[in-house]
Ligand binder design. Structure first.
Ligand code: ATP
Ligand code: MG
Length: 393
């Protein structure tokens, strides 16, 4: 017996009325984007609050489940066997083989949960439950019934065909991408920013990204690492437009003109300004960073206030209250950790001072930025004009 389709479960709370169609359409669109990268021909159908993916050809089960469990909005993926309706005797035999194959160890509790979506089926759902329950108890004496908390919930749905399923593979939850606008992620090669991007996109937000590099101080390999991280996030989000900004001249100019203990803060303020500029040009409604209070000198409350000041768009920092270990756990779950810890240089660390200010004074920072007035506008303009766009999929 082979799984021929998948029933897609999604949380229905908060998606009543008109929003429901928007949500379901976005979910179907994202499922297609995910499955088109996998083997096999399929058809998607929506029926009474359910989404089915039905395979019309051979496909790779693990690859397909791997893709579906990365689609935000999906809470569960149920592998389904569908059989023709050839009378109850045949159904009883199909259900028996299903349990036999899926559960080699029969020492389990179960419940039959049938649903008669086709009303001309000769038995009512209560009758189907009782009869199939009896058939299974006779076939496998080790099974026992538990109607409240069964280990196996055997679902039988009577439609044109009959759908049999029991397993629910957990999905990522959240909202389908495309239901909540677009945001610009400041993506570095570190552990935090990929996780931050994942968390915001999980709420249905499409993501573009910006990476600041500083050749020759940072290498091609450091840039490739960021592209690789974007690829990992794109498995969840779909294609990401990654803007790569050459930040070298701005960094050198700040290094030349400003007190070294303020370098990081002033540099971060320019990153935010440029990221916001690109965000506005590309219809992003907000910025995302991987900052967390107190993690490093540039993320004390005072430093965050100083970097935030230069932005007019909202800056989302989903990791703000997280400990590093909690962030690492998510990065392991979404498979970015191993890439993030590769030891390539980062443009922030190269120009970092031995003793950076931890409580920057805004008036002083603004005053010292004044030292940049001669050339900074031109450098800023060039940085934006020369940025490279990489479409990551
Ligand atoms: P991460 O692990 O995300 O690199 P971090 O702990 O190294 O974070 P910082 O280097 O202080 O922290 O950077 C804070 C945030 O600023 C990052 O999470 C990221 O959103 C952004 N950022 C830092 N460096 C870059 C860069 N080179 N390009 C794009 N964004 C950056
Ligand atoms: Mg970093």
């Amino acid at each position: 017996m082979k799984y021929t389709s998948f029933l897609i479960k999604y949380a229905e709370i908060a998606i009543k009325g008109k929003n429901r169609y928007m949500f379901e359409d976005a979910l179907v669109r994202q499922i297609k984007i995910a499955l088109n990268k996998c083997e096999g021909k399929y058809e998607i159908s929506k029926a009474s609050g359910r989404i089915y993916v039905e395979y019309l050809s051979d496909y790779d089960f693990d690859e397909t489940v791997g893709a579906l469990t990365k689609v935000f909005g999906i809470t569960g993926v149920c592998p389904v066997v569908h059989v023709e309706d050839k009378g109850f005797e045949q159904l009883a035999s199909d259900v028996t083989s299903f349990i036999d194959e899926v559960y080699p160890d029969k020492n389990k509790t179960f419940k039959v949960n049938s649903r008669r979506a086709r009303k001309n089926y000769p038995l009512e759902s209560m009758e189907i439950n009782a009869k199939l329950g009896e058939v299974l108890l006779n076939a496998f004496p080790e099974l026992s019934v538990d109607v409240h908390n069964p280990e196996i919930m055997l679902n039988v749905e009577i439609r044109e065909k009959i759908y049999i399923y029991s397993e629910v593979i957990k999905g990522p939850g959240g909202m389908p991408i495309g239901t909540n606008g677009k945001a610009m992620l400041l993506l570095s090669g570190g552990i935090d920013s990929p996780v931050a991007g994942y968390m915001i996109s999980k709420r249905g937000v499409r993501i573009d990204a910006v990476y600041f590099h500083a050749p020759p101080y940072t290498s091609e390999r450091a840039k490739q690492k960021v592209v690789d991280l974007a690829k990992k996030i794109a498995k969840y989000t779909g294609p990401i437009y990654l803007h790569v900004v050459n930040f070298t001249d701005i960094q050198l100019y700040i290094y030349d003109k400003c007190p070294h203990d303020e370098l990081t803060i002033i540099m971060r303020r320019y990153m935010m300004r440029i990221a916001e500029h690109i965000a506005k040009e590309t219809e992003c409604l907000s910025l995302i960073t991987g900052e967390s209070i107190g993690q490093v000198a540039s993320q004390t409350m005072q430093s965050l206030v100083a970097t935030n000041e230069v932005c007019t768009l909202p800056v989302f920092r989903p990791l703000i209250g997280f400990d590093k270990q909690e962030i690492i756990e998510i990065s392991e779950k979404i498979d970015t950790y191993e890439t993030s810890i590769l030891p390539y240089e980062d443009c922030c660390t190269i120009f970092v001072a031995k003793h950076p200010v931890t409580k920057p004074n805004l008036n002083i920072i603004r005053r010292d930025e004044g030292n940049l007035s001669e050339k900074i506008d031109e450098l800023y303009k060039t940085a934006i004009e020369t940025k490279e766009l990489i479409i990551v999929d």
